[in-house]
Design a binder for this molecule. Structure first.
Ligand SMILES: NC(=O)C1=CN([C@@H]2O[C@H](COP(=O)(O)OP(=O)(O)OC[C@H]3O[C@@H](n4cnc5c(N)ncnc54)[C@H](OP(=O)(O)O)[C@@H]3O)[C@@H](O)[C@H]2O)C=CC1
Ligand SMILES: O=C(O)CCC(=O)C(=O)O
Ligand SMILES: [Mg+2]
Length: 742
């Protein structure tokens, strides 16, 4: 193990970030080469991960290595330096569509077996389930999360504030969450005092014991929780909220994270769809069962499955579905022009991004008529839903936040080693029958936690190891020291899991010199209020949170402060000493691909990549004690600042500077910064030539880049594009290519 040469591993992912990489990677290589850095690329796209799972179905040339597993191993190497772009966390509809595309391209991979009966199908399903949902991040995140807006980015946002929707005191928008029967209500938590192994089992009313998870190894000091969500309570809750929204004339919207919570949230989503369309489900139960409708995958599943039915029956079903709307509230839309509603597909509305977008828009979502409206935002689980209600209350009272003056809220997130809920998928079950769900010590048989559950309830356990908690506390103290900002640990003593964490945080804080630092622990709602009160006064506050709030807050605050979380610096100091540099905190923007394919304009902003790359260089400079690499990092930061100041970020409008043009300007400013420095003459000479070539050809390059826009292009695939076609589209300027390649 251990790279002798400074090496960056740059990931190829999906959708917009993957497109941007096709043009950016050659620039990264051209700039890194003179400093001796090796830049390797590794494809962890959804398509590549699918292909890697089925080698025996493919011929020799079609096979691809399991790069994700290799990268996972690499995180244990102290010299790891990985740049990780956002990737698709596939919902089942996305997975199926990727499979279909690959099959069409001649890859003989198997269909997804929805109803896996025999062993062969079960094996296929198990392989696909490793690709499903958030399958990449948990493998690579072997460290905690440090996400913040770099000063240059924050300053730019203050000088050039993005638009914010107005909030009115009369806004009827609110957050609705369960008051009982949810995970918060039932949670139990313990810290084990020595390493052991536990199992999850269900004891049925007849006394039969079904072992659902035979072995969960626990380390010394590990925290383990057990909790369930009652199906009955959930469905009742939906019914009440739908009725309330209908009666009061408020639009209904559901916000979950079915991509990341890939086992529990599709179930939660499915109950919402079935409750909304209750009458149609009752009436057509026979046929829905017959064709295997499963709306845990959204309404899209229903509409595609009924295609198999005769036309007249199909029409009758569609009519019944439409009829349901008569006694239901208006539904928020994802795309009103195309008639795509909030319940269409579980990957369309992802809570970490959807709630901030709603808050940024003044508490509005879009109705079927294409107009913005107040909404009842339904987030069933109360554990974290309450923070959004706090923001909504604050905005109703104080108006929208002003990006020109508001403070910043960096996040230090507990995430390492599949911490908390985001690591719970293999320990989450839809309870098959009524009984006692219990966590049992395998060695002693002692029942550690138990719940009375009913058929259909969602029961899960979550874990967080001690070492990541220590590391998280250390990271929070380090960030407080480096930034001078106060830190708030968002921990609720009334939540058993967090009560365990509070004890540990209090203990581990004593390992550090906290003299002069302002470190507090507050429950989530208080922490939100405190942070918002400071924020509106222009004061900065670090939020040290668990894994879910890490995810939620690193979209919420960036979207309010900067307009998008794409502009965040997102570092994961790996616990074994390496570095994982994520780009931005947002997703992979499918709409951007559509615009590229239709109009050859890519509005994706690679700022996140620029920031991550600079941090990655800094990591290498330190590790290899290389002043030269340090210069490269400093120059890149300077170039990024200049790029922002000179307005060379991508425009949303076709015909104007796009991602490719923005990358060109970054290269120009980066080369100029390296040419301007006097610490390394050889580097200076090299980049003087490059800077001159780029500057002399600026007009021509920008013309070449803009001239191709406005026409549809073919990249030969959505999930698995044709590399040659992709490169041709993403690198259309011969002038720029010859300078960069030279
Ligand atoms: N770290 C990861 O790997 C993550 C992956 N995801 C995945 O990404 C996909 C979409 O997720 P979603 O939550 O909708 O979030 P997105 O970030 O894709 O979408 C929110 C919107 O933010 C804007 N945006 C985001 N990034 C950029 C950028 N670099 N430049 C310019 N604008 C940007 C876009 O607005 P506009 O369209 O108006 O231009 C975009 O439509 C899903 O497949 C999800 O699983 C999500 C989160 C993190
Ligand atoms: O892994 C995922 O699906 C999304 C990750 C995410 O949203 C985040 O880390 O902010
Ligand atoms: Mg997120």
């Amino acid at each position: 193990m251990g790279a002798e040469k400074p090496t960056i591993t740059y990931t190829i992912t999906d959708e917009a970030p993957m497109l941007a990489t096709a043009s950016f990677l050659p620039i990264v290589r051209a700039f890194s080469a003179p400093t001796g850095i090796e830049v390797e690329s590794t494809d962890i796209s959804l398509a590549a991960r699918i292909l890697a799972a089925f080698p025996e179905y493919l011929n020799e040339e079609q096979r691809v290595p399991d790069t994700l597993a290799e990268l996972g191993d690499m995180t244990q190497d102290p010299s790891a330096n990985i740049i990780k772009l956002p990737n698709i966390s596939a919902s089942l509809p996305q997975l199926k569509s990727a499979i279909a595309e690959l099959q069409q391209q001649g890859y003989a991979i198997p269909d997804y077996p929805v109803d896996a009966q025999d062993e062969k199908d079960q094996d296929i399903k198990a392989r696909y389930s490793k690709v499903l949902g958030s399958a990449v991040n948990p493998v690579l995140r072997e460290g905690n999360s440090d996400r913040r807006a770099p000063k240059a980015v924050k300053d730019y946002a203050k000088k050039n504030p993005h638009s914010m929707g107005e909030w009115s005191m009369a806004s009827r928008t609110h957050v609705a969450h369960m008051r009982h029967g949810d995970f918060y209500d039932s949670e139990q938590s313990i810290t084990v005092d020595k390493a052991c192994s536990v199992r999850m089992e269900l004891v049925t009313k007849d006394g039969d014991v079904h072992v659902l998870k035979p072995e969960i190894p626990l380390l010394d000091g590990e925290v383990i929780d057990s909790m369930y969500m009652s199906k009955k309570a959930l469905v009742e809750f939906y019914e009440e909220q739908l009725e309330d929204a209908r009666k009061t004339g408020l639009m209904f919207s559901l916000h979950v994270k079915a991509t990341m919570m890939k086992v529990s949230h599709p179930i939660v989503f499915g109950h919402a769809v079935r409750t909304f369309y209750k009458d149609a489900f009752k009436k057509h139960k026979f046929w829905f069962d017959e064709v295997g409708v499963n709306v845990n995958n959204g309404l899209v599943d229903l509409y595609s499955k009924i295609e198999a039915l005769p036309g007249s029956l199909r029409e009758e079903i569609i009519e019944s579905m439409h009829a349901c709307h008569e006694h239901r509230p208006e539904l928020a839309m994802v795309d009103s022009a195309k008639g795509i509603s909030n319940l269409h597909a579980p990957n369309d509305v992802i809570v970490d991004a959807s709630m901030p977008a709603m808050i940024r828009a003044g508490g509005k979502m879009w109705g079927a008529d294409g107009r913005p409206k107040d909404t009842k935002a339904v987030i069933p689980e109360s554990t974290f839903a309450r923070i959004y209600q706090e923001v909504v209350n604050f905005c109703k009272t104080n108006g929208a936040f002003d990006p020109a003056t508001m403070g910043t809220v960096p996040n230090v997130g507990l995430m390492a080693q599949k911490a908390e809920e985001y690591g719970s998928h293999d320990k989450t079950f839809e309870v098959p029958q009524d009984g006692e769900a219990r966590v049992v010590d395998n060695a002693t048989g002692e029942v550690l936690m138990s719940h009375q559950v009913e058929q259909g309830d969602i029961w899960r356990t979550c874990q967080v190891k001690d070492e990541p908690i220590r590391d998280w506390v250390k990271l929070a103290v380090n960030r407080a020291r480096a930034s001078g900002m106060p830190v708030v640990f968002w921990l609720d003593p009334y939540r058993p899991h967090e009560n365990e964490l509070i004890k540990k945080v209090e203990t581990y804080l004593k390992d550090h010199d906290t003299e002069g630092l302002d470190i507090q622990i507050m429950s989530q709602v208080r922490a939100m209020r405190y942070t918002l009160e400071r924020c509106v006064r222009g004061m900065d506050t670090i939020a040290a949170t668990g894994n879910i709030l890490r995810d939620y807050l690193t979209d919420l605050f960036p979207i309010m402060e900067l307009g998008t979380s794409a502009k965040m610096l997102s570092i994961v100091p790996l616990m074994k000493g390496g570095g994982l540099y994520e780009t931005g905190a947002g997703g992979s923007a499918p709409k951007h691909v559509q615009q590229l394919v239709e109009e050859n304009h890519l509005r994706w902003d690679s700022l996140g990549e620029f920031l991550a790359l600079a941090a990655s260089f800094e990591g290498l400079a330190e590790k290899y004690d290389s002043p030269r690499i340090n210069l490269l990092a400093k120059a890149l930061d300077e170039a990024t600042g200049k790029l922002l100041d000179s307005g060379k970020s991508p425009s949303r409008r076709t015909g104007e500077l796009d991602n490719r043009g923005s990358q060109f300007y970054l290269a120009l400013y980066w080369a100029e910064a390296l040419a301007a420095q006097d610490e390394d003459a050889e580097l200076k000479a090299h980049f003087e030539t490059l800077a001159k070539a780029l500057a002399d050809n600026e007009q021509r390059i920008v013309e070449e880049l803009n001239a191709v826009q406005g026409q549809a292009v073919d990249i030969g695939g959505y999930y698995w594009p044709d590399t040659e076609k992709l490169v041709k589209v993403m690198r259309p300027s011969e002038t720029l290519n010859s300078i960069i390649n030279g």
